[in-house]
Design a binder for this molecule. Structure first.
Ligand code: THU
Length: 128
């Protein structure tokens, strides 16, 4: 099934995470309407504040490949309950796809589904 493939890609890229400080590895995979998939894993920094979450890493690789429209993101982490994207990632994802589907699963297979517009209503700030 397509969602399972997206989750598997997120799970595989999770192992590439650079997370020496938290030791919490996260993988994400973003799919476009045409079926292209872009993967990313979290990249930590010794400053901690400069850490980039897996979700934003895959947005970066997708945009660098010319993509700006996304249908679904899968997120995989080794947590007890599925992770939910942080506020910064919600805003970055909403820049491109405000009603993105989000599926988040743990390594043991606990899954949750969200839509970005329920996690971040009114993402446009009206200032530009
Ligand atoms: N992290 C992500 O990459 N995505 C999430 O949705 C939750 C948190 C990362 C950031 C940091 O490297 C580590 O997980 C601990 O917060």
């Amino acid at each position: 099934m397509e969602i399972d493939k997206l989750i598997r890609i997120a799970s595989d890229v999770r192992e590439k995470a650079y997370a020496p400080y938290s030791k919490f590895q996260v993988g994400a995979a973003l799919r476009t309407p045409s079926g292209q998939i872009y993967a990313g894993a979290n990249i930590e920094n010794i400053s901690l504040g400069l850490t980039i979450c897996a979700e934003r890493v895959c947005v970066g690789s997708a945009v660098a490949a010319g993509e700006k429209d996304f249908e679904m993101i899968a997120i995989v982490a080794d947590s007890e309950i599925p992770v939910v994207p942080c506020g910064a990632c919600r805003q970055v994802l909403a820049e491109f796809s405000p009603s993105l589907k989000i599926v988040s699963t743990t390594l043991s297979g606990v899954a949750a589904e969200f839509r970005l517009d329920e996690l971040l209503p009114k993402p446009k700030q009206g200032i530009l």
